[in-house]
Design a protein around this ligand. Structure first.
Ligand SMILES: Cc1cc2nc3c(=O)[nH]c(=O)nc-3n(C[C@H](O)[C@H](O)[C@H](O)COP(=O)(O)OP(=O)(O)OC[C@H]3O[C@@H](n4cnc5c(N)ncnc54)[C@H](O)[C@@H]3O)c2cc1C
Length: 493
């Protein structure tokens, strides 16, 4: 590896990643901190992150684009969007705001070291095309690297996988030339990815079976927003439509989230009733679509136009609820003794969590073990100066938190400038020091597999709202703008 640089290149702010978070960060910096120099370094060759990475058939959002889209750029299409439509939207945001000049693609950051002597981060990055090593310095590090490892999805290690004569595919690394026409496909998993993939391939393959260990909640509904459509009929300006539709969606989602805590059985009945209506009275909804857990402990996928249920009702797709005993030459032997024959097995089994982009962090020469830090509101970490991580919401669109945190970072940067401050590190206050330290997320609140598998690697949370990522947009939309920057939590120098 070689470097042609004589000096590291310096920026006031360095953004890691150009997904929905990094592009949002870039936009808000230009608007709210126009005097700051900044760069976004992105490992991939283009923007979009998740939407650039995933190419499996049918890839689409599972939440609406009125709230997954940014507050500043109206979404004008149907609420659920394809991956390609999201990329087009993001491309327009970049072009319309001339953000391209701030983004450098093909730059993978490997290390980040803070020096308190200079009040600077030094980052090492590799140009993915040439292997060249580059150094950057920055006063503030804005981590927009997402939450999962992009190179490889999570596939459990099942016995006999090597015996299987067909092809095993993970949706995160879907081969462009995968030929599934007329083939027998088994999709393992029943999360949002499986629910997208199954109807998308059902018409083309011989048969597709969704194999799940246990059922998941879905919200079937039309891929349209009545209010937005009506406002359009009235020729209301798109900027207004965007804002009003966002408010209405968030208002309705708040009610559903409240119901999930206060009347979970009622909500469960409503969700399952909607599925039953699509599958008919003879279908065993009890076995295949009645989860044992309370709604909202995992993300609930919206199923536009009930497409997966239509595929099942038509016979092109089916659901098997069972456990895998082992893979065989021909397919999968289930614990019930039944065998599922397959030409292709798709493991829609989730992600590998990546803690802060797999970057090696050091503060003043000491390596940072994030599991020994405590998180300030799921965005900053005790003992780690001038750094913020964007980890969005799961019960609401990720982007809602991106923008709340954008406002916070910009407010913090402007405050530090006005007060001649160069360094800010969150620290436990005297009254916080005896607080019990708990894992990053309460599994009673939210418990997807990738978090459960890797919780031990993540920062700790405390038992007070200041010291946790609550996943509660409706509280944070008021709390984050209200954060007092002169609070003792923030140690400035
Ligand atoms: C199939 C799928 C569907 C989803 N649908 C929804 C949805 O409908 N609604 C919703 O709210 N959420 C959804 N999510 C969650 C989704 O990932 C987030 O909402 C959002 O896209 C994350 O954006 P991000 O920019 O934070 O991270 P990412 O999209 O993961 O982007 C991070 C970027 O950082 C780059 N990066 C990482 N490490 C480094 C490094 N060391 N150096 C340089 N660059 C680096 C990556 O290459 C990547 O481009 C979905 C996720 C998946 C996988």
């Amino acid at each position: 590896m070689s470097s042609t640089q004589s000096q590291p290149e310096h920026f006031d702010v360095l953004i890691v990643g150009a997904g929905i978070s990094g592009v949002g960060a870039a936009y808000h910096l230009t608007q709210q901190c126009p005097d700051k120099s900044f760069v976004a370094l992105e490992a991939l060759e283009s923007f979009g992150g998740t939407w650039q990475m995933h190419h499996f058939p049918g890839i689409r959002s599972d939440s609406d684009l009125y709230t997954f889209g940014y507050r500043f750029k109206p979404w004008t299409g149907p609420p659920i969007a394809t991956g390609a439509e999201i990329l087009t939207y993001m491309g327009e945001v970049i072009d319309e705001n001339d953000l391209g000049r701030h983004i450098r693609y093909g730059h993978k950051i490997t290390t980040a070291s803070w020096s308190s002597e200079e009040n600077l981060w030094t980052l090492e990055a590799i140009r993915t095309e040439t292997g060249e090593q580059l150094s950057f310095t920055a006063n503030f590090l804005w981590m927009c690297q997402g939450y999962y490892r992009h190179a490889k999805g999570y596939t459990p290690d099942w016995e006999g996988m090597e015996d299987f004569n067909g092809q095993i595919v993970h949706p995160q690394t879907w081969p462009e030339d995968l030929d599934y026409k007329g083939k027998n496909v088994v999709v393992i998993g029943s999360g949002a990815t499986a629910a997208t993939l199954v109807p998308a391939i059902a018409g083309d393959c011989g048969h597709v079976t969704m194999l799940q260990r246990s059922p998941t909640y879905f919200i079937p509904g039309l891929n349209q927003n009545e209010l937005a459509d009506q406002l359009r009929e009235l020729e209301i300006d798109e900027t207004w439509i965007h804002e009003i539709t966002r408010r209405k969606i968030l208002h309705d989602q708040a009610a559903i989230t409240r119901l999930s805590f206060e009347q979970p059985e009622f909500l469960k009945g409503e969700l399952i009733g909607a599925v039953r209506a699509l599958l008919g009275p003879d279908y065993d909804v009890e076995k295949h679509f009645t989860p044992s857990y309370r709604p909202w402990r995992q993300r609930i996928a919206f199923v536009p136009d009930g497409d997966i249920f239509k595929g099942i009702a038509s016979g092109a797709a089916s659901v098997v609820t069972d456990e895998i005993e082992r893979f065989t030459e021909k397919g999968i032997l289930l614990k019930s003794g039944e065998t599922l024959e397959a030409d292709i097995i798709v493991t829609a089994t989730g992600f590998n969590l990546s803690v802060l982009g797999d970057i090696e962090f050091a503060v003043d020469g000491a390596p940072v073990d994030f599991s020994e830090t405590v998180t300030y509101r799921g965005m900053m970490f005790t003992g780690v100066p001038n750094m913020l991580w964007v980890f969005g919401y799961f019960r609401a669109s990720w982007t809602l938190r991106v923008e709340l945190l954008c406002d916070f970072v910009c407010r913090l940067l402007n405050y530090m400038k006005e007060n001649g401050l160069e360094k800010v590190t969150p620290a436990l206050r005297e009254q916080d020091k005896d607080m019990p330290l708990l894992p990053w997320m309460d599994p009673e609140n939210f418990n997807p597999g990738y978090l459960m598998r890797s919780m031990h690697l993540l920062p700790k949370r405390g038992d007070k709202p200041d010291w946790q990522h609550s996943q509660d947009y409706w509280a944070e939309k008021n709390d984050i703008p209200d954060i007092k920057l002169d609070d003792e939590v923030f140690k400035y120098e």
